[in-house]
Design a protein around this ligand. Structure first.
Ligand SMILES: CC(C)(COP(=O)(O)OP(=O)(O)OC[C@H]1O[C@@H](n2cnc3c(N)ncnc32)[C@H](O)[C@@H]1OP(=O)(O)O)[C@@H](O)C(=O)NCCC(=O)NCCS
Length: 209
């Protein structure tokens, strides 16, 4: 039994590739509807990259009410199209492919995921959390700035839409958004809830005097 109402974060399994692809498809439609060119190019490599990264245990999903509602990839890979040796690439952990389902927009789930990733960075002894974002999307840049990321530079790379480089200290936690719990914590919460319900059922009904 698992507390379905919780936002549960766990490592993605191969069968999560499909729901993750659906999150991307939904986000791509949403971006197109806003008139943005982000992610509007060919997407044929996306499935391969997601499956590859699931295979190396770098992909995470958030589930809620039994559904995959967000994903994030976190690893050591400083894409050398963007990051230079002078950036001290080993000083950071890198976020890729963060997507939140539209059904959960506006509650700070992305911010919670970035706090979670920052905690992973800190535990690995990394001083920074970094990501590259779509170069021409000012609203997206503002999103990261609002979450205390600093834009280091924006150098569009031919053939890559991304290129706006952001970083935040691994010690920053904004505490926005729902708590993200492990599957074990969600199971423990569900078990405690079930015990509490059982106890309530055992209280004899009040007899009117
Ligand atoms: C970025 C994202 C994960 C953040 O999730 P979140 O923390 O739950 O935040 P929300 O979805 O509520 O978005 C917060 C604000 O940022 C804006 N925003 C988020 N991503 C945006 C994007 N790619 N382009 C333009 N605006 C974007 C939203 O419109 C919203 O603006 P509002 O406050 O004026 O309504 C999620 O918005 C998303 O999946 N975006 C599309 C995919 C994406 O761009 N991922 C990041 C790749 S670097």
């Amino acid at each position: 039994m698992i507390d379905n109402a919780a936002y549960v974060i766990r490592q993605a399994r191969p069968r999560d590739a499909q729901p993750i692809m659906e999150l991307f498809a939904e986000a791509t439609r949403w971006l197109a509807g806003k008139g943005l060119d982000q992610w509007q190019g060919p997407t044929d490599r996306r499935g391969t990259l997601i499956r590859r990264d699931i295979g190396v245990r770098a992909v995470w999903v958030v589930t809620h009410l039994g559904r995959v509602v967000a994903t994030i990839t976190v690893d050591d890979l400083a894409d050398d199209d963007f990051w230079r040796r002078t950036d001290r690439v080993r000083s950071a952990l890198y976020v890729h492919r963060m997507v939140v389902a539209r059904s959960e927009a506006g509650i700070g789930l992305g911010a919670a995921l970035l706090d979670w990733a920052a905690e992973r960075a800190r535990r690995k002894g990394r001083a920074r959390l970094r990501l590259d974002a779509w170069a021409t999307n000012d609203a997206l840049h503002q999103y990261y700035k609002n979450l205390e990321f600093e834009m280091l530079r924006n150098t569009p790379v031919p053939g890559r839409g991304s290129g706006a480089l952001f970083e935040r200290s691994a010690s920053v936690r904004l505490g926005i958004g729902p708590p993200l719990v492990s599957p074990a914590a969600a199971r423990a919460a569900a078990a405690a809830d079930s015990v509490a319900r059982h106890d309530v059922e055992r209280i004899p009904p009040l007899v009117p005097s």
